[in-house]
Design a protein. Structure first.
Length: 598
C-alpha cells in the first residue's frame, strides 16, 4: 500500500501483492497480439475505472481514471516519466512554451496549433474555462491545497487566441510551478461544456462564480453516469489521441483512436482494450494463455519469470517516483523522547541493511533509499549526502552510538542507565530505566513486507533494540497511526508502515510540504524542524535546485523517519513486439505510445 499525491494516484496506493485483476471472461477473446490493430491491457487489480471528467474529486482518485482522462483530453503541460526521465513531455501537451517573467511572478503560456475533434480550434478561452470552474469550485477539486493553486494564481489574462498570462501572488521556483501546479491544468471544450444542463445553450456561464458553480454541478452529474459515457455527446469533443468506444460498469474500457487528433502522440494502435480483473490468479492465467498483451506479476513470482518469457513475454520492472519509510511517532508517551534524540535515530538507521533487503527480500526489485527524494530514477533533486548514505549499515556502530549516550545492554536489550542531558547521557525526557523497545504497526497481506519486517527485527536485535511487529490491513494501519498529541489515547502507536508498493508517490517536483513540514497533512509522526520548514518553503520559490538539494541533505541526516528500500511500483509482463514506450514512474499509462514493432 502507498499513499500518493491526491492529483495523481490514490490509485498508486496499492500493494504489489494486489495488482492483478480478474473476472473479465468474454471481454477480450483470444490473444490480441495476433491482431496488430488492438491491444489487451490488464488494469491493476480492483481499480475499476469510474470517472471520465478530467477534474478529479476525492471519491474518484483511481490512477486509471487519470490516465484515461489524459488520453481523451490532453493536459496543458504533461509531466511524465515515459521517456525514461521525469520531464515535460511536449508531445502530449497542448502548450508548446511557458515563458516566465524575469521576476518569476507570472508566466505566459503558448498553445500549439491544436483542434478539438469537432474541428474547433483549442484556444486560451478553453484554458480560462478550466481556470474559472476550478476557481469557483476549488474545495471540491481533489488537487486543491489551501494557499496553493488556484489561491496563488491572482489573475488570468488572455493575450490572444494562443497566448495567456497567469500572475502569481509572489515569485516561485519555475520548475516547481510547472511540474506541480501548471501541470494540473487541462484545456476543456468551452464551446460544448459551458452550460448548466444538457438542454441549456452554451454561454459564458463560467465567468461568474454562480454560473461556474452550475457548470460544475452539471459536469459532475454527467460524470457520475458511467452508463452514459459511450453515448453522451458531452464526452465526444476531445483533444487527445483516443476517444471512448465503450465503457462498461464492470470496468472494461475500449478506446478508439481519434482520427481528428493533431497533437504529437499519434496513436499507433487503433483499438485499446483496458481489461479489469479481481484476482491475481485470473490475471496470471490470462497472461499464460496469451490473451493479455500487457499484465503484471509480483516480486515473489520472479522465480517463475521463465514461464512468462517462454510464452512470448518480456518482464520489465516499473519503478515508481516514490519514497518508502517508517514514520516515528515523536509524540508517543513511552518512546517519543527517545525518538527525539538524533543519536537514537542514527542507531536505528545504521541497523537497517538496505542493500541486502533490496537484493534478497525484494529479489532485486527495490533500491536503497536514504532520504526524502526518490532514488530509483536520476534527477537533479538528490543531494550528494543522500546519494552517499550518511548512515551505512553497521550494528556495531549502532551499538556504540547507544553506549556512548548512556545506554547499557541488559538481558539483550539496551536500557538507559545514565539519564540526563549531557553529551554522554540519554537525553532530554528519557528516564533512567527506559528500555529501547519499539513496536511497528505494519500493513498485512504482503509476504515481501512480512519478510522485510522480520529481517529488520533480526538486525535491530543485534544492536540491542527490541522490535515487535503487529499487522493490520492498510486502511486500519492508517486509521490507527494518525497525527496525535501525547495525551490522546490514539497516540500509543510508535512506528507505522504502509509502503509495500512505496509509501508516498510525488508530483514531478518532490517537495516535502505534506510529509515533513510542521503540521503537514501527511506528517503522521509530528516531525518538526524549523530549519527544514524553511527549506521546504524555499524550494517552491527558489530560482535553482540548490534549496531542494539542501532539503534532501538535511533530511538524509536528520532522519525524520526510518528510510527503507524503494520497491518497484509494478513488475510488468509485456508481449514481445509491443514497444515504443518506457514505463512511466509517475504510475500513469500512455496508450498512444504503444506500438506493435513486429
Amino acid at each position: 500500500m502507498s499513499l500518493a499525491r491526491t492529483t495523481l494516484v490514490a490509485g498508486a496506493a496499492v500493494s504489489a501483492g494486489t495488482l492483478l485483476l480478474a473476472g473479465c471472461s468474454g471481454s477480450s477473446g483470444g490473444s490480441s497480439s495476433a491482431d496488430r490493430d488492438s491491444i489487451n491491457y490488464a488494469l491493476p487489480a480492483n481499480f475499476t475505472p469510474n470517472w471520465i471528467l478530467p477534474i478529479g474529486t476525492a471519491a474518484h482518485l483511481n490512477s486509471n481514471n487519470i490516465s484515461i482522462a489524459n488520453t481523451l483530453w490532453e493536459p496543458l503541460i504533461a509531466y511524465d516519466g515515459s521517456t525514461g526521465k521525469i520531464a515535460w513531455n511536449k508531445k502530449e501537451s497542448v502548450a508548446t512554451a511557458a515563458d516566465f517573467a524575469s521576476d518569476n511572478k507570472s508566466v505566459t503560456i503558448t498553445l500549439g496549433n491544436r483542434h478539438w475533434s469537432d474541428g474547433k480550434a483549442i484556444t486560451s478561452r478553453d484554458v480560462e474555462f478550466w481556470f474559472n470552474v476550478i476557481k469557483a469550485n476549488k474545495a471540491e477539486w481533489a488537487g486543491y491545497n489551501p494557499g496553493k493553486a488556484p489561491d496563488n494564481w491572482t489573475s488570468f489574462k488572455t493575450v490572444d487566441a494562443t497566448h495567456f498570462t497567469i500572475t502569481f501572488d509572489k515569485a516561485y521556483n519555475s520548475q516547481w510551478m510547472l511540474a506541480n501546479e501548471l501541470s494540473q491544468i487541462t484545456p476543456l471544450p468551452q464551446h460544448v461544456w459551458d452550460k448548466a444542463s444538457a438542454s441549456a445553450k452554451v454561454t459564458d456561464a463560467d465567468r461568474t462564480t454562480a454560473g461556474a458553480k452550475k457548470v460544475w454541478t452539471y459536469l459532475n452529474s454527467a460524470a457520475k453516469n458511467i452508463a452514459g459515457y459511450q453515448s453522451d455527446a458531452l464526452w465526444k469533443t476531445i483533444s487527445g489521441p483516443y476517444g471512448i468506444k465503450s465503457f462498461s460498469m464492470s470496468g472494461k474500457v475500449v478506446l478508439a483512436a481519434n482520427k481528428k487528433y493533431d497533437g504529437g502522440e499519434t496513436p499507433g494502435i487503433p483499438t485499446v482494450n483496458l481489461l479489469p480483473f479481481t484476482t491475481a490468479d485470473a490475471e496470471k492465467n490470462a497472461l499464460r494463455s496469451g490473451s493479455v498483451d500487457y499484465g503484471y506479476i509480483e516480486a515473489t513470482d520472479l522465480d517463475q519469470k521463465s514461464q512468462f518469457t517462454a510464452q512470448g513475454y518480456k518482464v520489465e520492472p516499473w519503478s515508481g517516483w516514490a519514497i518508502t519509510y517508517m514514520p516515528y511517532n515523536f509524540n508517543n508517551p513511552a518512546m517519543g523522547a527517545v525518538f527525539k534524540q538524533l543519536y537514537a535515530r542514527q542507531a536505528v538507521q545504521r541497523s537497517i541493511d538496505q542493500s541486502s533487503l533490496s537484493k534478497v527480500i525484494f529479489n532485486g526489485t527495490a533500491v536503497p533509499g536514504y532520504g526524502p527524494i526518490p532514488q530509483a530514477q536520476s534527477s537533479d533533486f538528490v543531494s550528494s549526502e543522500q546519494k552517499n548514505n550518511p548512515y551505512p549499515f553497521s550494528t556495531s556502530a549502532a551499538r556504540e552510538l547507544l553506549t556512548a549516550h548512556g545506554w547499557t545492554e541488559q538481558g539483550g536489550v539496551m536500557v538507559c542507565t545514565d539519564a540526563g542531558t549531557g553529551a554522554s547521557q540519554c537525553g532530554a525526557g528519557v528516564d533512567k530505566g527506559t528500555k529501547f523497545e519499539m513496536q511497528v504497526l505494519s500493513q498485512s497481506g504482503s509476504t515481501v513486507t512480512d519478510n522485510m519486517m522480520s529481517a529488520i527485527q533480526s538486525s535491530l536485535e543485534k544492536t540491542g533494540i527490541k522490535f515487535s511487529i503487529k499487522t493490520a490491513p492498510v486502511n486500519s494501519v492508517l486509521s490507527q497511526t494518525p497525527q496525535c498529541t501525547a495525551s490522546q489515547s490514539i497516540c500509543k502507536w510508535q512506528l507505522s508502515f504502509f509502503g509495500t508498493a512505496g509509501s508516498w508517490y510525488f508530483n514531478a517536483f518532490p517537495t516535502g510540504d505534506s510529509l515533513f513540514q510542521t503540521k503537514g497533512g501527511a506528517n503522521f509522526g509530528n516531525y518538526s524542524n524549523a530549519d527544514v520548514d524553511k527549506l521546504i518553503s524555499g524550494s517552491t520559490t527558489a530560482s535553482s535546485n540548490q534549496t531542494i538539494q539542501d532539503y534532501s541533505a538535511a533530511l538524509a541526516k536528520d532522519l525524520p523517519v526510518i528510510w527503507l528500500p524503494e520497491p518497484d511500483y509494478q513488475i510488468s509482463v509485456v508481449k514481445n513486439g509491443l514497444g515504443g514506450f518506457s514505463q512511466d514512474s509517475l504510475a500513469n499509462f500512455h496508450p498512444a505510445q504503444w506500438k506493435w514493432t513486429k
